[in-house]
Design a protein around this ligand. Structure first.
Ligand code: ATP
Ligand code: ZN
Length: 304
């Protein structure tokens, strides 16, 4: 059963149900907002002269393993498995398929591919391979569809959604300055969208009992902040995240700054699906009826 808001989105044809919670088609209206929000995010980061890097929405399984994601978030990871049988296996498969989904599963083999959980994940190993981080550090602009296995009837929690990120790699000072600056800029961005919001300290959903300790430590050290927007009646939803990883990725990928210290990293993530839904919730489904300033902010050259 879909939530009331999700039903409204389906009825308006803005999201298209595909039979799996959190996996939807998108209409032209939805995409116009995503495109406007992405372009506006890039404009607010223009002075950063970020290096643009794009990766497919899947990465390597080895890469995901190396990143530490499977230790912290095994419940969210998606790995790709494929049929690798011969003709006979195929015939057997076709006989059983439809009656018994397990026969399909039984013939699957792990491929080297895993789905990207966050737009910044493929960036760190690529930058680390370049050698010592230059004195000015790096700023990277990354955008990707991301997968997380968290099926939900809440449209704010999808399994496949897009993230625009800016990533900073450098000294602790450079990275902290970057995060503080983006916390301010993120608020200006959402204020320009004329959305209500608040910023709060947060934690990632680390798995299991050990995960609680990680989550507590992350909160205590204020390593993660979220910009939250009310969309659902009873809870706020994180639409932007400001993450300071300290030397987590510097250690994993043996990435060092010119002074020989491990590189620190941070990222700011714009959740494009959540921001789009927040806009539709607060300003309505008719984009032409949105406040003029908001339309100008999103589509300075008009909407296609
Ligand atoms: P939450 O706490 O709600 O699970 P998060 O803070 O763990 O989200 P991040 O890992 O920081 O999310 O991801 C960056 C951004 O991506 C979030 O601020 C959010 O806008 C968006 N996002 C995360 N998970 C989802 C999802 N399941 N569906 C849609 N957008 C998401
Ligand atoms: Zn990130």
């Amino acid at each position: 059963m879909a939530s009331e808001f999700l039903n409204d989105l389906f009825n308006a044809g803005i999201l298209i149900p595909l039979g799996e919670d959190g996996v939807y088609g998108r209409s032209a209206v939805f995409e116009a907002v995503v495109e406007g929000l992405t372009a506006a995010a890039l404009r607010s980061g223009k002075d950063q002269k970020a290096e643009k890097l794009r990766f497919p929405p899947a990465t390597t399984f080895a890469g995901l393993k190396k990143s530490g994601y499977l230790e912290s978030f095994p419940q969210l990871a998606g790995t790709v498995h494929c049929f690798c049988g011969n003709d006979r296996d195929h015939r057997a498969l076709l006989q059983c398929i439809g009656e018994d989904d397990d026969s399909w599963t039984a013939k699957q083999q792990v491929s080297g591919v895993a789905l990207t959980p966050a737009a910044c994940y493929p960036v760190y190993p690529v930058m680390a391979k370049r050698g010592v981080v230059p004195e000015q550090g790096y700023v990277v602009d990354a955008f990707s569809y991301c997968f997380r296995h968290e099926p939900s009837i809440d449209p704010m929690r999808m399994q496949l959604f897009r993230m625009q990120e800016f990533i900073r790699i450098g000294t602790p000072e450079q990275v902290e300055t970057f995060r503080n600056m983006w916390m301010k800029r993120g608020q200006d961005y959402v204020a320009s969208l004329q959305l209500p919001y608040e910023v709060d300290v947060a934690n990632d959903p680390f798995f299991g009992r050990g995960g609680q300790i990680m989550a507590d430590a992350q909160r205590e050290q204020k390593l993660k902040f979220e910009l939250l927007i009310p969309v659902n009646p009873d809870k706020l939803s994180a639409c932007l995240s400001f993450n300071y990883h300290m030397d987590h990725f510097g250690e994993i990928y043996e990435m060092h700054t010119a002074d020989g210290q491990r590189a620190h990293t941070a990222c700011v993530g714009f959740g494009l699906e959540r921001l789009t839904l927040a806009m539709l919730k607060h300003h309505g489904f008719d984009l032409d009826a949105w406040p003029g300033e908001v339309q100008n902010f999103l589509w300075p050259n008009g909407r296609e």
